[in-house]
Design a binder for this molecule. Sequence first.
Ligand SMILES: *[C@@H]1O[C@H](CO)[C@@H](O)[C@H](O)[C@H]1NC(C)=O
Ligand SMILES: *[C@@H]1O[C@H](CO)[C@@H](O)[C@H](O)[C@H]1NC(C)=O
Ligand SMILES: *[C@@H]1O[C@H](CO)[C@@H](O)[C@H](O)[C@H]1NC(C)=O
Ligand SMILES: *[C@@H]1O[C@H](CO)[C@@H](O)[C@H](O)[C@H]1NC(C)=O
Ligand SMILES: *[C@@H]1O[C@H](CO)[C@@H](O)[C@H](O)[C@H]1NC(C)=O
Ligand SMILES: *[C@@H]1O[C@H](CO)[C@@H](O)[C@H](O)[C@H]1NC(C)=O
Ligand SMILES: *[C@@H]1O[C@H](CO)[C@@H](O)[C@H](O)[C@H]1NC(C)=O
Ligand SMILES: *[C@@H]1O[C@H](CO)[C@@H](O)[C@H](O)[C@H]1NC(C)=O
Ligand SMILES: *[C@@H]1O[C@H](CO)[C@@H](O)[C@H](O)[C@H]1NC(C)=O
Ligand SMILES: *[C@@H]1O[C@H](CO)[C@@H](O)[C@H](O)[C@H]1NC(C)=O
Ligand SMILES: *[C@@H]1O[C@H](CO)[C@@H](O)[C@H](O)[C@H]1NC(C)=O
Ligand SMILES: *[C@@H]1O[C@H](CO)[C@@H](O)[C@H](O)[C@H]1NC(C)=O
Length: 800
Amino acid sequence: MAWTKSPLLLTIARLAAAQVDYSQYVNPFIGSEGPLPGWAYGGGDIFVGGAVPFGVVKLGIDTYEPNLTLATINGGYTPQGYVTGVSMMHESGTGGCPKYGVISQMPLAAVEAPVNILDNATYWQKRVGNDTATVGYFKTDLEDGVKIELAGARHAGIMRYEFPGEEKHVLVDVSHFLPDPSGGFCTQYYLDGSINITDDGKSYTGYGTYAGGFNLGAPYTVYFCGEFETAPDQAQAFRGLNSSRVMNGSTPQPTLGGKSATAAPNGDRVGALFSWTNAGDSAVQSKVGISLISIEKACAFKDSEVPSWEMDDTVTAAVEEWNTDVFSKIRVDTSESANHTNLVLLYSSLYFMHLMPSNRTGENPLWESDEPSWDDFYCIWDTFRNTVSLSHLIQPEAYESQIRALIDIWRHQGYLPDGRSGNDNGLTQGGSNADNVLADAYVKGLRGAINWADGYAAMVKDAEVSTKGSNKEGRGALDDWLAYGYITEASERSISRTVEYALNDFALSQVARGEKPEDVQKYLERSAGWQLLWDHTVPSVNTTPTFTGFLTPKSANGIFNSTDYNPALCGVCSWPSISYEGTPFEYSFVIPHDVQTLIEFMGGSETFESRLDYIFKPNTSQTSLGPNGLGITTLMNIGNEPDFATPYLYNYINKQWKSVNQSRALARQFFKNAPFGVPGNSDSGALNSWLIWQMLGLYPVVTQPTYLISSPWFSDINMTINGNRTLRITAEGLGEDSYFVQSVNINGEQWEKNWLEHADIMVEGGTIEFVLGSEPVGWEKGDVPPSPGHVVLGNATVGR
Ligand SMILES: *[C@@H]1O[C@H](CO)[C@@H](O)[C@H](O)[C@H]1NC(C)=O
Ligand SMILES: *[C@@H]1O[C@H](CO)[C@@H](O)[C@H](O)[C@H]1NC(C)=O
Ligand SMILES: *[C@@H]1O[C@H](CO)[C@@H](O)[C@H](O)[C@H]1NC(C)=O
Ligand SMILES: *[C@@H]1O[C@H](CO)[C@@H](O)[C@H](O)[C@H]1NC(C)=O
Ligand SMILES: *[C@@H]1O[C@H](CO)[C@@H](O)[C@H](O)[C@H]1NC(C)=O
Ligand SMILES: *[C@@H]1O[C@H](CO)[C@@H](O)[C@H](O)[C@H]1NC(C)=O
Ligand SMILES: *[C@@H]1O[C@H](CO)[C@@H](O)[C@H](O)[C@H]1NC(C)=O
Ligand SMILES: *[C@@H]1O[C@H](CO)[C@@H](O)[C@H](O)[C@H]1NC(C)=O
Ligand SMILES: *[C@@H]1O[C@H](CO)[C@@H](O)[C@H](O)[C@H]1NC(C)=O
Ligand SMILES: *[C@@H]1O[C@H](CO)[C@@H](O)[C@H](O)[C@H]1NC(C)=O
Ligand SMILES: *[C@@H]1O[C@H](CO)[C@@H](O)[C@H](O)[C@H]1NC(C)=O
Ligand SMILES: *[C@@H]1O[C@H](CO)[C@@H](O)[C@H](O)[C@H]1NC(C)=O
């Protein structure tokens, strides 16, 4: 889809508020396509539509793709799928079965047969021309001549439909949700609904209850309150058989009539059809508010957040919020001479990073609390690696609020989530990675209103109370971990979960330093569990040269199973595999807390370096990456989170220039100002934040107060950090081929290490001055980055 500038012109007021309108550099379509032009398949799975930062509402079109091989409708939007509705709630960047796509409207130019409002395939529409999207705003033209425009606010939105003829209808189908086109076991379902129309037909209220989706979530209810600008000539509620009562494959017909419809007692589908037949204005406008609490709140949100019928007012408000609260936190030169592509990459990445999670403060139906409430952590497995560390710097208030909400979930539901959506935890792909998030905040000194005693107790729950094979929350393979110190090959994902549980326990040791010093040693020792899975004799297969020593499946008896073992393979690399979304070869690099031991295990700096070099070479991948393939032939796969930090590991052997070279090459190859502009699912903005760090010239080491130094993409960056401090990053000598670090000054002093600590510059702010050049130089002379989880295990320590 083409990305065109909003026809809605900036007002002077908007410009004055944020100084610069950075929103003009956002391309909301980055990630909307995968490698096959016109298909979302293999792409970012992003949401496209109207939203504010961390908004509850993400208002956009829902589409359906009948090609089950390629259908990927997780964000609702697809480049060419049939439009089935416009709905209020979406995720951005997620895989697995879709979640949300609820509380919808669909403008219809005709409702006569063959249209059956219970069967979206009879009214869905292809689109013509190119869609338009800008921050807060979206527009599309349907094949039947209907034009849809929309704008999103925090818990509400506004839609405008233009119709080609005299007939104008808006269908409200309470039973609408994003299905899993391939009918996966985790497809969502509709359980209950109700709708009431006011006597004048102008407004409607009700609720829908839905369940399922990727996280196999429990039922949640969304209340809605809709209003039309002009009263329709006819407004009729309808009901239809619930789909599980349609046994013979025929599509039932709705029963239309009356001003209200309720699903009970048979779980009927319900909705309403609004029709305008007067030959007047060709447009119908509507505002809708939603709430997880009540109809009254949904109506109040609609009225307060969308006070006017001028759509531009809602767009302007959203743009202002994005500029003030998000984009202006990182300010670079936007003058004529600036590189436009890089501006688009930076501000679009910031945009996608702030679509999730959703701030549901005041909107938690499950328990009463003074703590803030957030949902759509989807998933922390993706965002713990560097997204939260960036939030820490540029969104300290939201980040503190999110951590309080995470702890409150433990307080009231028993476990911190790794994934959570629709008010329910799930799924956990590896470790209990909220532990890492809490530790990352803790070691950097975030305290505020966070109850850290509770935070630590929540982490201890993860570390000590097994969820017995469950993928919902906590650690499903904890029984193995506690008994053997590693995950045995009898458990799913034994390699990747061992790696993740080790970091989780390191995270506990970090927080224990302040909260419970007597626990530090215990969790530090447990964090070395990955060493127990390291078979020092196992060789790589089909590689030149051969590398020796890898994480290797091991039985409960302590016997490595290297029968037919090739560390570069993991089958489908999914839930039942030995490792998840990454091969053991890759996971054998993912030990951020003890890189020192890792280097020793790999045979020292030289072999560590050559093994690192190897995974960046073309045609080294031996496994089919399936839909995530993207034509990547290197073992290194930046599209999957486990490898995020790997390109920066050269800093640990004082070869910083190689980190710069490898990470920059990946960024340039895979991140583009184009619909296929991110390598795979953007994962709630995790891929986007990876790129932002790359552009800043820094990379955070998760659960540690350490930042690795790389090389910035802009010659002058001012960041607002820690609320009101300024971090200025400058780069003298930056050019297209001039990006190797020659020297670094921090706060005016020459810096000899290739890393820095949070306290050095991230608390009070300051300056990092780079001098860059086109030739690599070994500029760093200081200590390599720390390995605070360094543990030497005794001989053959199995079990504890
Ligand atoms: C789905 O799309 C693929 C790729 O274009 C094509 O090979 C396949 O035939 C399509 N399947 C159907 C059922 O249309
Ligand atoms: C639309 O129709 C398709 C095909 O019958 C069906 O699979 C899907 O669940 C329906 N609903 C939506 C919102 O796509
Ligand atoms: C849609 O966008 C494409 C790519 O930018 C462009 O080539 C094409 O002309 C556009 N089509 C229309 C109808 O504007
Ligand atoms: C619909 O209206 C009826 C009658 O006023 C009322 O009992 C019911 O609670 C309303 N339902 C909803 C969902 O507002
Ligand atoms: C199919 O089932 C529906 C609902 O039970 C019923 O109304 C309809 O008559 C049936 N159609 C046929 C062809 O059996
Ligand atoms: C749908 O109808 C079937 C058959 O009558 C019933 O068993 C089921 O409970 C209904 N679903 C809901 C959500 O009420
Ligand atoms: C950064 O801030 C400094 C000091 O206020 C200012 O001189 C410089 O122009 C700013 N640079 C950018 C790109 O905003
Ligand atoms: C902008 O920077 C990119 C690298 O990020 C480069 O490929 C491109 O050529 C630059 N554009 C211009 C106009 O200099
Ligand atoms: C979260 O939402 C609440 C209620 O809308 C609001 O008061 C609060 O400021 C928001 N927090 C952040 C960090 O945006
Ligand atoms: C050892 O690994 C092989 C190959 O993956 C597998 O077939 C076999 O079942 C494993 N042995 C045990 C005891 O799990
Ligand atoms: C930043 O905010 C803090 C807390 O509100 C305040 O004490 C401090 O003076 C401010 N610092 C600057 C540089 O504005
Ligand atoms: C490990 O075992 C070897 C051989 O038994 C022994 O020489 C060595 O001292 C042991 N090392 C440790 C740390 O126990």
